[in-house]
Ligand binder design. Structure first.
Ligand code: 1GP
Length: 230
């Protein structure tokens, strides 16, 4: 299976992809089955990752999820230490909204030891942090500033710089628990500009917010917080 090809094909067919984000830090493996029963039936992918996760916890989480579902499990690591072979694919993130070399290239170099002999599918991803109305974990951990929602041209140019650098996905992130999700205007303009699939997450809770993001052009929506306390 090629997970990127599937995402890309779904995006081309204007299918709506829904990824549920599990933060291993807040996840109890024993309750994996119960948790998976409560996520929407429209769910197409499980993302696993967090900003601060203790050693081996990601691996335990992925294993527990995989025993309960056949949905693809994609890593969304806040740190290279979270990379585990037990997942299907990896969002190989570069935090392009920031100017911290640690998250532009250093983490990527550190991850090579784990990746060079691995079968994990690697999906180069332009990760773009947009101001979600409050300081989020990505900001805190990376020590970078998000792009303002009003700086439309900067967001579009950052996404295009990502595509020109060979990224295969654009991920517009308002931050977990964002007060204001990425605006429809930003989604629409980025979607118009790029030709690779567009992922949008952060602060999306209601069906209306989901619908708005899809209609604006999101190919995949990521929801985490909404399903954390089921
Ligand atoms: C965070 O985009 C994801 O990385 C999901 O955000 O937890 O606000 O749904 P929420």
């Amino acid at each position: 299976r090629n997970f990127y090809a599937e995402i890309s094909q779904a995006a081309a067919n204007e299918e709506r992809l829904l990824a549920i984000l599990i933060d291993p830090d807040k996840f109890n493996e024993v309750e994996a089955a119960t948790y998976l029963k409560k996520i929407p039936k429209e769910t197409t992918h499980i993302l696993v990752g967090g900003s601060t996760v203790e050693k081996f916890k990601t691996e335990k989480t992925v294993k527990a999820i995989k025993t309960e579902t056949n949905l693809p499990v994609i890593l969304f690591p806040g740190d290279y230490s979270q990379i585990t072979e037990t997942a299907d694919a990896l969002l190989f993130l570069s935090l392009l909204s920031g100017r911290n070399p640690e998250y532009l290239i250093e983490q990527q170099v550190k991850s090579v030891g784990k990746l060079k002999h691995s079968k994990l599918e690697i999906i180069p991803t332009a990760y773009i942090l947009i101001d979600g109305g409050k300081e989020c974990a990505v900001q805190r951990v990376s020590g970078t500033k998000p792009i303002s929602q009003s700086a439309l041209e900067t967001v579009v140019n950052t996404a295009l710089a990502g595509e020109f650098s060979g990224k295969r996905l654009i991920y517009l992130e308002a931050g977990s628990g964002a007060v204001i999700p990425v605006s429809e205007e930003i989604i629409t303009e980025v979607k118009k500009a790029v030709s690779i699939p567009l992922v949008v997450g952060g602060g999306i809770r209601s069906l209306t917010q989901q619908e708005n993001a899809y209609r604006a052009g999101a190919d995949m929506i990521v929801m985490g917080t909404q399903f954390e306390n089921l």
